[in-house]
Design a protein around this ligand. Structure first.
Ligand SMILES: [Zn+2]
Length: 129
């Protein structure tokens, strides 16, 4: 004894029969059974949208570089007229640490000397200026 579901399944398969009369009858019987048993017909392809869990990506945690605040007296240096605090117009090298100076980075600049990092200013250059 087959269940109504199995019967309906078989009938629906028959409903695609190339023999029109057989197909029609099968479809009709299937429809009756479906109604009779209150079955639900589900498209096996579209049945359930596959739920995709969004890929959880840990946000990249960037620890801010902690720098000890350097105590300096920029006014003194400015008024000395030697070093000027500017935004770097070119990439280059710091004259003190030879580190890279990036475009737009705030640096100290002196004509004929070059650029020095903010943080390199005090100890090596600033004092003598
Ligand atoms: Zn430097």
């Amino acid at each position: 004894m087959s269940t109504p579901e199995e019967k309906v399944r078989r009938l629906l398969a028959q409903a695609t029969s190339p023999f029109e009369e057989e197909a029609r009858t099968a479809a009709l019987l299937a429809a009756r059974l479906i109604a009779q048993y209150g079955l639900q017909v589900v498209d096996p392809v579209k049945r359930e949208p596959v739920k995709r869990e969004p890929v959880k990506r840990e946000p990249v945690k960037r620890e801010p570089v902690k720098r000890e605040p350097v105590k300096r007296e920029p006014v003194k240096r400015d008024s000395s007229g030697l070093f000027v605090r500017i935004k770097a117009k070119y990439t280059g090298r710091c004259k003190v640490c030879m580190g890279v100076i990036l475009l737009e980075q705030k640096v100290w600049w002196k004509h004929g000397y070059g650029c020095v990092h903010d943080e390199c200013m005090i100890d090596d250059v600033g004092g003598s200026a």
